[in-house]
Structure formats: C-alpha cells, structure tokens
Design a protein around this ligand. Sequence first.
Ligand code: FAD
Length: 405
Amino acid sequence: MPDIIAIGGGQASFSFISKLRSLGYQKPISLICGENHIPYQRPPLSKKFLIGELEKDRLFFKPQGFYDEQNIEVIKGQIVKKIDRRQSQIILENEKVLNYKTLFLGLGSRSRLLPKNLSNGIPKLYYIREIGDISFITKEFRYKRKLIILGGGFIGLEVASVARNFGVDVTILESQERILKRTSAKIVANHIKKIHLLNGVFIKENTNIKKFLKTKNNSIRILTNKNEELLADFMIIGIGAQPNTEIADNAGLLIDNGIVVDENCRTSDPNIFAAGDCVSFPFNKDLIRLENVGNAIEQSEAASENVLGKDIKYQPVPWFWSDQFDIKLQIAGLNKGFTKVFHRQSDQKNSFWYYKDDQLISVEAINDPKSYMVGKKLLEMKKTPSSKDIVSNKINLKDMLREIK
Ligand SMILES: Cc1cc2nc3c(=O)[nH]c(=O)nc-3n(C[C@H](O)[C@H](O)[C@H](O)COP(=O)(O)OP(=O)(O)OC[C@H]3O[C@@H](n4cnc5c(N)ncnc54)[C@H](O)[C@@H]3O)c2cc1C
C-alpha cells in the first residue's frame, strides 16, 4: 500500500513526487494520471510543440524509467472519481480502491468551454490543453486557411503567432476593449498588439460571438455582437481555464475558486495537500489562484517538505513567460492593484515596472532578461528602486541591485 498518493499527471504532481524522492523519502508512492500519459509539460503545446520544433518525447518531464527506478507506481488513463476521506481511500474510474495516508491533489485546470447552446453542432472548434489537441490543429495549419481565435490572452496570442508562421490568415476576437486586460497594463498590451499587427494578425476588440450562422459547407460563419459576419475554416478557443475541484468539493473540502489550502499547502483536511492550478492559497491577505508553471513547481515542492514534517510557508514571487513571434515576455510578481507603470527602454529591450503606490510589485520584460532577473531579485528582497532610476538608461540595472542592498 502506498503511503502517499498524488492525483494528476501535470507539473504539480510531478514536482511533488520528485521533490519527495530528492528529500530522501523512500516509501512507495502512487501517481494517478487521468490522461493516458506519464506527466508532461503544457507550455510547449502553444509554442514549440505546436510549431513542430519540439519532439513529443521532449514534452515528458522524465521517461518511464525514472518512475520505475524511483519506485513510483504510475497509473495512467484513470480518473479518480471519488475521495473517501473517512476511509482514507480513493476510488478510480475502474472501481479500483486505493488507500492512502497522505493524499496530494494536483488536479490542475481545464479549458473554459463555449456554452453548449452557442457551440452545439459547430465543426472545427478547437481548444489547447492536452497533447491530443495538437495534431488536429497542426493539420489545419498546413492548409493555410482562415482561423479565428476567440480570446486575446496569452494562449490566444501564442497560437496566433504560431499560426502566422504557417501562413494562416488569423483574426483574434477579444471581448474586452483590449487584449491582455486580465493580466497586463495597457502600455504592455499595446506594445504586444503592435507586434501582432506588424505580423499580419487582425485583432477585433470589444467583439464577441452573438451566434453561429448556418453554412452549406464545412466552414464557420459567425455573427458578432456588432452584427458583423465573419467566416473561418476553423476556430481556436482561448477564453481561460477553470480549476478541477469537483472531487475535492464532493469530498467536502473547502473550495473558493479552487481548493483552499493554507500557507503550508494543506487543504481543510490535514492529510490532504494540494498545489498548482487547482488551488486557492493565501497571498498578501488575499486568496489567489495562479495558473503558471512557477507556481505549480514551487508550491508542490513546499507541499513535499511539509508532508515530511517541515513548516515551509509558501509565499512566492510568481513568475511566468510567454513566447510570441520574436519576443519573449517574462513576468515577475503580481501586478494586482497597481497604481503606476514605468517604462524602461533601450535598443529592442523593454521593461515595465509596476508600482502600488510607492512599492514595486511586478516587472514585465520584453526581450530583456536582465530587467526580469533584477526585478525578480528586488521583489524577492522586497526592495523598491526609485522610478527615476528605472526610466533612466544611465543607471545600470545590476548596479541598482547592488546599491539598493
Ligand atoms: C497551452 C498552454 C500553454 C501554457 N503556457 C504557459 C507558459 O508559457 N508559462 C507558464 O508559466 N504556464 C503556462 N501554462 C500553464 C501551465 O501549464 C500550468 O500552470 C501548469 O500545467 C499547472 O500544472 P498542474 O499540475 O497544476 O495542472 P495540469 O498541468 O492541468 O495537470 C493536472 C492533471 O491532472 C489530471 N486530473 C485532473 N483531475 C483528475 C482526476 N480526478 N483523476 C486523475 N487525474 C486528474 C488532468 O487530466 C491533468 O493531466 C500553459 C498552459 C497551457 C494549457
């Protein structure tokens, strides 16, 4: 019988079990993957794997041999349908029952779907979440036809950039007044928008789907909220994700836009830990949920330490990246509640420094890894540079880091 069971074959569970082993934990571990794969990384699905520059084998964090060597039992293609907390058991889809002493939930999130009454019967609407989603999309790309992407967030923008690379005609529909409304300031969104427009992406803001209209062939005909008719051969929907909380909810764990954990990554049941996209955790007197790799890794690793009896309080400086055309955007910190943004620019490097009143809270850097690194360090040290130094190119960033110590 495994002492520890991790549910979910994503970044969070993988980081959790790897960390347990690297900390010297030797007892049996079981890992239940709902998908028919050993754990793999998702970011390349909208980047290098989509474009064809990364082989499928490279998506997996480790080959099967790693799990065999580490005495980790991997059960693939099985959804856990129930957690029975009273018996400390989980029940799989195939009715198999497994006992645990400690349970870890790395259930992740899933794509937010278009409402059924809108999309029912419409062909060629694609989502990007799992390996299996990609082959359908790359097949469409090869025909170089007309694509409409719903949603101007990171996934929509990354897919647009790959699709343009294949010569596909791309239009993004964004329901808000601008792209990246949820994540970035207007000045950053405008910068990224410009790059997309220069590369031939059409962006329609304040635009949503009112309904799909009938077509005689296999194409898609949309009527927008502005009563404009648009045609596409296929669509990719990137309208966000929602956390997988159902089995935790049914087991009576506390849920609030995610499975609620404390700063030790423990759920409302002391024998159940959780981390990654499926989790809401305390951060600056708030309860937040993040959907990024950095959070899935660091929170899960903190959970491993705490499972083994340490008292690690998870208080991250969140980080994220996105690749679009020839730009790499790197983000450190969270910009929620920012009051000012300062722009630092030299050559092709741009960074945007978010302040809440007089405190630095986040940095977004475009093709500027040095600003990202220095910004992240300053955030970790809880130091704030003067905005004059930020906008002045005369002040070397590394010097700023040294002086501010
Ligand atoms: C296309 C794409 C691009 C991305 N790009 C970036 C990026 O550039 N940078 C970045 O930082 N982040 C990026 N992300 C986000 C990042 O991939 C996620 O934050 C990360 O994967 C979270 O890991 P996780 O383990 O919490 O969840 P997931 O990766 O979602 O894994 C959860 C797993 O649990 C399984 N599961 C759920 N319920 C059950 C159950 N009941 N039984 C068994 N298994 C179950 C799911 O099937 C899934 O396999 C991207 C995500 C996507 C989809």
